[in-house]
Design a protein around this ligand. Structure first.
Ligand SMILES: O=C(O)COP(=O)(O)O
Ligand SMILES: [Mg+2]
Length: 226
């Protein structure tokens, strides 16, 4: 595909900028311990990330249970509260950036691109992470999974970001690691880069057919600045 005429770049967070699975794993297991459940492996948690905290908690409660088991609303609410309390303590600790992320975001910002964050992570956790990462100043808009009635794979947050900056989707690029990012971008009429190193439920992001598949965040420089 030809070089896109991009002005606004929308970034996913988990699995794209940072490897947040270690902290999510800690918080999931703190939640499971509080509910007297067995701990989950880090690989299991990696496969549960992508649809926000409610779904992460639900998947953790469903793991290893009979097919007809469904957690009661009160149990889900208690589990989510336990997860939130634990994740609050660790979300911004010992952040692991993927290679090139900090440098390339700085380059794109200096080059005049508007940078936005569109994550499915609940918005309450995002500012502390961005501040701890030293990235707080770079993003002109931050949308969490609960900022709007719908989260990715709905195109709603991506279109909301476009409208916020008075941009047409053709002027925007989505950068993410999950089929949710690709589906949302395609439904929004936006070009999309799929990064191969993230989570995506253990499946190759190429299966979702993003416009570009990149193995390294630094390849964004070749696409956008070369
Ligand atoms: O919170 C999640 O499940 C995923 O978050 P992301 O949209 O930043 O990848
Ligand atoms: Mg992601």
């Amino acid at each position: 595909m030809a070089k896109p005429a991009v002005k606004l770049i929308q970034f996913d967070l988990d699995g794209t900028l940072i490897d947040s699975v270690p902290q999510l794993h800690l918080a999931v297991n703190a939640m499971l311990a509080e509910l007297d459940r067995a701990p989950a492996s880090v690989e299991a948690v990696r496969g549960w990330v992508g649809n926000g905290a409610d779904m992460l908690v639900r998947r953790a409660l469903l793991a290893g249970r009979e097919a007809d088991y469904a957690p009661a609303p009160a149990e889900l609410a208690r589990a989510r509260a336990a997860f939130d309390a634990a994740y609050d303590r660790v979300a911004d600790r010992q952040l692991i950036f993927y290679p090139g992320v900090v440098d390339v975001l700085g380059q794109l910002h200096r080059a005049g691109f508007i940078l936005a964050m569109v994550t499915n992570k609940p918005s309450r956790f995002v500012p502390a992470i961005l501040t701890a990462a030293g990235l707080g100043e770079l993003f002109s808009l931050v949308l969490g999974g609960d900022s709007l009635p719908e989260k990715k794979p709905s195109p709603a947050p991506l279109l909301h970001a476009c409208a916020h900056f008075d941009m047409d989707p053709s002027q925007c690029l989505m950068v993410g690691d999950s089929e949710n990012d690709v589906l949302a971008a395609k439904a929004a009429g936006m070009a999309v880069v799929g990064l191969s190193y993230g989570y995506n439920y253990g499946r190759p992001i190429a299966e979702s057919e993003p416009d570009w598949v990149m193995d390294d965040f630094s390849q964004l420089v070749d696409l956008l600045l070369a």
